[in-house]
Unconditional design. Structure first.
Length: 591
């Protein structure tokens, strides 16, 4: 059924409408040479890959253009969070909403995670290329909406832009990784996926680029950069990437839609969103005993419980099919747990450290960018080191993950030692933490792909992405909740205590100064200090401003240690789970 022909560049292709005595890849699997266990499975996979027109065994122009398109999809799906996340203090200082800025992050993560399980069905119905093109359009529109916002309206404006970006990222992050994996043989999958992931390297200094843009103009031009990158990616996708040749008959769209777990998707998305809404509102806007907090919190927990019950007992086509655990059940269970909980360590580093640098060590844009360099480079090099270690150790992933999770947990936990006077120590620790985080989050996806049946690679890729973002969002919500309360208490005691009776005797003035300092609105605080008649000499000058800034930094130092302490719990669970993994060396050697 498959006739082989060659391009001028020597690339082998197959005409699926022709015929051959060897039969189609599907027939080849059905008539695979007899054998036992994984030996027979892997021999069948090799035979399929030899006949598969979607697999390129050697670099050629078509493989290069396909990988380039996948690279732009991957990078374009990452940078909205990286670049805007680096400028959160600048954003809420400009447009307000300091007590709600966390929804910029959650508004991106939840749509991202929610859409991942449906990407496969969408690709089956409309084709991978056009689904990816839709994702690119969303990643062009979303950053523009965010960049043109004038208020922190979490449902409509800034978070609305982040929701749009999150939807686009949910489509294209998965397509980039799964699309890369299906272009190359199984034995080369880790290397090629690692290479595509490594193309994020130009944006490793994302905090520096964002800060330099904000310094040269305003933070809003970051949105223009993101939109421009994804516009180029859209062109490359349409020109340089073709949908995989279908090896099986095209399924009717109605059949595909029937197999989508709509109920599970609703229960999981609504449950996580309501749960985190209750946690966030309880952090800063309403008392914990109020109906605004308790109702969404309880409803969220109930929906999450219903989701698990439905998936296990009722769903005909669950999001996590039982066949996923057929090849290496124990390894799959624990690698998914590590993926979920490591998201908490990833986001405490990615989203708290840049704001910590701003709030504790000064608001100079260049200094902030330089001090945040260890994050981007550390994560990417940690990922590469671990990905290289998997084939070098011939698939001895247990020891690789044990070492990686220990470094990650120790590093993020040790960041709690940060004070206003020990920045060099903090830079060393954050470098170690970044290496550990990178050595966990990306290799988890590769290990999961190796441990799952060949036909479910796309499914496991979507699941690992989704649960990492959900774990990260839950972790970030918990971190922010505790951080907010600890900072409020520390600012009241340290900043308010330093101002009372020295800078002013007027309680409303002191309260306003503490609030403005906590929200990084220092120009407004400076105006009050220099012009208000209620400010006492000599603090109605730069001397008063220096006192306010120094005491605010001390309060932040006490508050920032709590998220890092909490991350130890997330990392500790990852360490324990690593000991229960089984090596995947059999699959690597067979590949």
């Amino acid at each position: 059924m498959a006739q082989v022909y060659h391009d001028k560049d020597g690339t082998k292709h197959h005409n699926m409408e022709g015929s051959s005595r060897d039969g189609s890849p599907v027939e080849k699997l059905e008539h695979a040479e007899p054998g036992y266990g994984h030996e027979r499975d892997e021999r069948a996979i090799h035979d399929i890959e030899d006949e598969n027109p979607n697999v390129y065994h050697h670099m050629c122009f078509k493989l290069f253009t396909g990988l380039t398109a996948m690279s732009f999809l991957w990078v374009g799906s990452q940078i909205p969070l990286y670049l805007f996340g680096a400028l959160l203090p600048d954003i809420y200082t400009d447009i307000g909403g300091a007590e709600r800025y966390q929804w910029m992050v959650i508004g991106y993560l939840i749509p991202n995670a929610s859409l991942c399980p449906f990407v496969g069905a969408l690709s089956d119905m409309f084709g991978r290329r056009w689904v990816a093109a839709a994702g690119q359009v969303l990643l062009i529109v979303g950053p523009i909406v965010t960049a043109t916002a004038n208020t922190m309206n979490t449902a409509i404006v800034v978070a609305g832009g982040q929701v749009i970006s999150g939807l686009g990222a949910g489509l294209n992050e998965l397509i980039a990784l799964a699309g890369t994996a299906e272009l190359v043989p199984t034995r080369k999958r880790g290397s090629y996926v690692g290479a595509v992931v490594f193309t994020i390297l130009p944006f490793c200094p994302s905090v520096l680029w964002a800060q330099l843009i904000a310094k040269a103009s305003v933070w809003r031009y970051v949105g223009a950069l993101i939109a421009a990158w994804n516009a180029v990616g859209l062109i490359l996708l349409i020109v340089g990437y073709k949908d995989p040749v279908r090896l099986t008959p095209v399924r009717p769209k109605k059949e595909i839609l029937r197999e989508v777990d709509w109920i599970g998707g609703f229960l999981s998305t609504a449950g996580v969103t309501m749960f985190m809404a209750g946690m966030q509102w309880g952090a800063s806007q309403y008392p914990w005993s109020s109906i605004h907090v308790l109702v969404p919190f309880v409803i969220g927990i109930m929906l999450i419980i219903q989701f698990f019950v439905y998936e296990v007992c009722i769903a005909k086509y669950p999001m996590v099919p039982g066949a996923l655990f057929r090849k290496a059940r124990r390894t799959m269970i624990f690698i998914l747990l590590i993926t979920f909980f490591s998201g908490g360590n990833f986001f405490v580093l990615l989203l708290f450290y840049p704001t910590q640098v701003y709030n504790m060590y000064g608001d100079n844009h260049l200094d902030i960018g330089l001090r945040a360099l260890p994050i981007g480079f550390g994560i990417i090099f940690g990922a590469v080191i671990a990905l290289v270690a998997i084939p070098v150790t011939k698939g001895r992933t247990t020891i690789v993950m044990i070492i990686s999770t220990i470094i990650m947990t120790a590093g993020t936990g040790a960041m709690s030692v940060g004070e206003t006077w020990n920045l060099p120590t903090v830079l060393g620790i954050v470098s170690m933490a970044s290496l550990g985080v990178g050595a966990v989050i990306i290799p988890c996806s590769i290990i999961a792909q190796l441990a799952c049946p060949h036909e479910l690679v796309g499914t496991i890729t979507s699941i690992t992405l989704a649960i990492r973002y959900v774990g990260g969002a839950i972790g970030f919500t918990a971190y922010y909740n505790v951080f907010y309360h600890k900072f409020t208490a520390a600012a009241t005691e340290i900043v308010g205590g330093a101002l009372a009776g020295r800078v002013s005797y007027d309680l409303p003035t002191i309260t306003e100064l503490v609030t403005l300092a906590g929200e990084a609105r220092f120009e407004e605080a400076r105006h009050i200090l220099l012009t208000s008649s209620k400010i006492l000499a000599p603090y109605n000058s730069q001397y008063g401003m220096d006192l306010l800034v120094n005491k605010t930094q001390e309060a932040f130092a006490l508050a920032y240690r709590w998220p890092y302490w909490m991350s130890i719990a997330f990392g500790g669970i990852c360490i324990v789970c690593s000991f229960f993994l089984k090596d995947v060396r059999h699959f690597v050697e067979a590949g």
